[in-house]
Design a protein around this ligand. Sequence first.
Ligand SMILES: [Zn+2]
Length: 367
Amino acid sequence: MIADQNQRTWMAVQRHLQANGLPSVVIPRGRGFPHPREAGARLTSTWPVGQIADYTFEGVPGEPVLAVREFADRWEAFVDVAPSVNLAAPAGEQTQAVATVLGAALLGGALGAAVSNRREGALIGAGIAVLLVAALHDTGETKNYAVKGTSPMPCFKGCLNRNVQRHPRRLLFTGRGLAGGPELKSATPVFGPADMVAEYREMVGLTNLRSAPALEFYDDLHGVGGIFSAADWTILVGVRDMDQIAGAVLGRWSAQVAAIYTQSYGSIPSAQTLPVYAREVATRRCIAHELGHALIYSGARNPYAPDDEAGADYWAGRLDAARGRSLELGEMFFWTIGCTSSSCDHPSPDVRAAAYRAGYESQLAGR
Ligand SMILES: [Zn+2]
């Protein structure tokens, strides 16, 4: 009964958000709001922004649901549409193992070397648990993606000859690992950040695509970064992958990125803010690149044909210029994801940054 009352309290928040068209609401803790756990919500994961945990209330698939981020001092509630592959941790699966997996995924947002190192450990243990859960609970059709040729990232972990299978609640990566041995990894869907989803819609609005590819976020695409799947018209983005790229960009250009941040926001970024900002910078470019693949697939001109990767970088440049995004940040991003290994299936740093810049300049010149 208490749980019912508690749930009604949160459902009233959802109605309030939807009725007023609000993106989110912040509720300070200590005001008697029930913990989502005590209100029938299930543990899930959303875009990491330093929260303790994420919860979502059961809803009809494809319909808007209420998600709540737990912070030490507040709740942040927002309404979103559940990813098409369904949320993690279905009812009855809220075991310690799943909680560990999701906790590990959420740590993706907690930055700093110490945390990253711990996270590595947590993910290794958690990966096994998630695979077991997948084996026990996945039903329905699976789809195979060949990763080769669709990713914007260099093969940090040996992505050649890797396959991605789409299961109802997660992706499974099978193939050959860096050392040549077989690997089996998984990715769990997470809620996308509302501002990134809004920006994606804006990007699509600049194109003449008849239908926008679905946009899905995952905790970790294991170095692939992003995927465009023409077969099911979907763009997939890995949160941890974006953190890795952001880390590489900051490793080389942190002063420059901080200066651009200061120009945009009028304040100097803190040690916590800068990586979060860099992740957003990376995510925008990754999405633009994958959308570039969708455009080329739909018949848009590719001046780099038959190299679709440089072509997608070119279109990312055009989209960035059209939206007034920073050319400098874009160049840093595309340079960073350029391939430098001996078995490249993506262009080199210089080629990628140049293709992006060419697109940017073409757009500004109205060509
Ligand atoms: Zn690509």
